[in-house]
Design a protein around this ligand. Structure first.
Ligand code: JFZ
Length: 445
């Protein structure tokens, strides 16, 4: 009898451990992943009281603003010109299929009507639920909404700031209870996943605050994030909701997509993206200038051509491109951002079929450009002048039945011999960021 109960105990222990470690996405979730991988282009919005000083969303950390002083920003946040319908249609007209909205960044301000923190939009002079306004418009205009949610908090005493890498200069002295903090996040996430209709995904950030930087001998988190529990809660409330976490590591169990910050998958220009691309749907998030949140002196805008290059190369890697805006504190999106978004939308109007619903190329993006594929159609995106022919080694088809420019159907010379494809040299035009060659292929090699 005793032996039996011990056996059952061990069995149960083993079962619960393996249940936690394993995650089997539901059918809805797998469908949502497929939708996501085909969507290709989204709008990231960094906006909140942190926009007021015009110094980026890290202003509290960078200027060591105390909790007491920072709280005053709530009294000034009154974005009277904010128009959710306009923002959502701006994203749609840019050819974007989803919006990823900051609901609570590291400064801890909640952009919705939450019961679990007083530092929220309902206590600002604006007094209207911004997440609700955007969620309603997204549902109305048929664009998916993803919610950015920070795991890191620069204000709360129960956030383990004493083991964190940031948030040391905000004047906190009390060491609160970590389990309270986990409960707080679960309560807030439950609100977000209950009161705002269907949510496309949760975009976590801040995990890295409790981990030594890349290269350190020991990179185990200093706290137990309870991610299994948090992820299970999300998937229970909304099984289709995709979970991603900007921890700059390989995906953890329970995650549904993988993101790269200021980098294309597999590239590491930012020094933040050491992680290898996985089999999950991929997403690259990038700023339009050098700031996420509104920065009044940052005028280093990427050119429209640079933005098209990034979108095309992300697609060539099989990844989504999540392009950021940091609107102004009054709710106006600055014209430099609006112009670029309009340009992208215009471009996608003509070239969308070479981006949406495509897979990454059989070879990765190259100096001259990138490849995207849809069935037996291959799109060769020439982004940089190729004065010589473009040579594609190990071409995966034996025959090309048609080769032409997507914009005007004019035919393009190709020669396919012994698995090597040569495409005639393409001269770039100033008004055309990408010359898209369509190859209709036959007979897989
Ligand atoms: C994070 C945020 O901190 C940032 O404000 C923005 O929201 C971006 C999309 O995501 O960026 C990071 C993440 C990690 C580090 C720095 C910035 N890090 O490890 O130093």
């Amino acid at each position: 009898m005793k032996k039996n109960s011990l056996l059952i105990f061990i069995l149960l222990l083993f079962l619960s451990l393996s249940l936690n470690a394993q995650y089997t996405p539901t059918k809805e979730n797998l469908e949502a992943r497929e939708w996501f991988a085909n969507a290709k282009f989204g709008l990231f919005i960094h906006w909140g009281p942190f926009s007021i000083p015009g110094d980026g969303e890290w202003v509290m950390q960078q200027r060591n603003i105390t909790v007491k002083n920072y709280t005053r920003l709530m009294d000034f946040f009154n974005p009277e010109k904010f128009d959710a319908a306009q923002w959502v249609s701006m994203a749609k007209n840019a050819g974007m299929k989803y919006i990823t909205l900051i609901t609570r960044h590291h400064d801890g301000f909640s952009m919705w009507d939450t019961k679990y923190s007083d530092f929220n939009i309902m206590n600002s002079p604006y007094h209207k639920d911004i997440v609700k306004a955007i969620a309603d418009e997204c549902h109305k205009q048929g664009i998916k909404l993803f919610l950015y949610y920070s795991l890191l908090d620069w204000r709360r005493d129960d956030y383990s700031y004493w083991t964190g890498r940031t948030g040391q200069g905000t004047g906190r002295t009390v060491h609160g209870n970590w389990s309270d903090y986990i409960k707080f996040m679960e309560n807030q996430l439950t609100e977000l996943l209950t009161n705002y209709g269907e949510i496309g995904g949760i975009w976590f950030d801040g995990y890295w605050d409790q981990t030594a930087p890349e290269g350190a001998a020991d990179r185990t988190p200093k706290v137990d994030w309870h991610l299994d529990e948090i992820y299970a809660l999300i998937h229970k409330l909304q099984p289709q909701c995709l979970i991603g976490n900007n921890h700059h590591l390989s995906p953890l169990p329970g995650e549904d997509f993988q993101m790269f910050e200021q980098d294309l998958p597999g590239e590491n220009k930012s020094g933040l993206s050491y992680q290898k691309p996985s089999d999950l749907p991929l997403e690259s998030c990038v700023t339009m200038n050098n700031s996420w949140g509104f920065n009044i002196t940052d005028t280093s805008y990427k050119t429209p051509k640079q933005l098209i290059d990034l979108l095309v190369k992300a697609s060539g890697y099989g990844a989504n491109f999540l392009l950021n805006i940091g609107p102004m504190p009054n709710g106006v999106v600055q014209p430099e951002f609006r112009e670029r978004l309009a340009y992208m939308g215009n471009w996608l109007h003509t070239y969308g079929e070479s981006i949406y619903n495509t897979k990454g190329g059989y070879i990765q993006p190259q100096k001259w450009g990138a490849i995207t594929q849809k069935g037996d159609t291959m799109f060769v995106h020439v982004l940089n002048d190729s004065s010589t022919t473009i040579a594609l080694e190990n071409f995966p088809y034996k025959k090309i039945t048609k080769a032409y420019l997507l914009k005007d159907n004019s035919s393009i010379k190709t020669s396919l011999k012994n698995g090597a494809l040569d495409i005639e040299a393409i001269k770039m035009r100033d008004d055309e960021p990408d010359e898209v060659i369509v190859l209709i292929c036959k007979n897989k090699a």
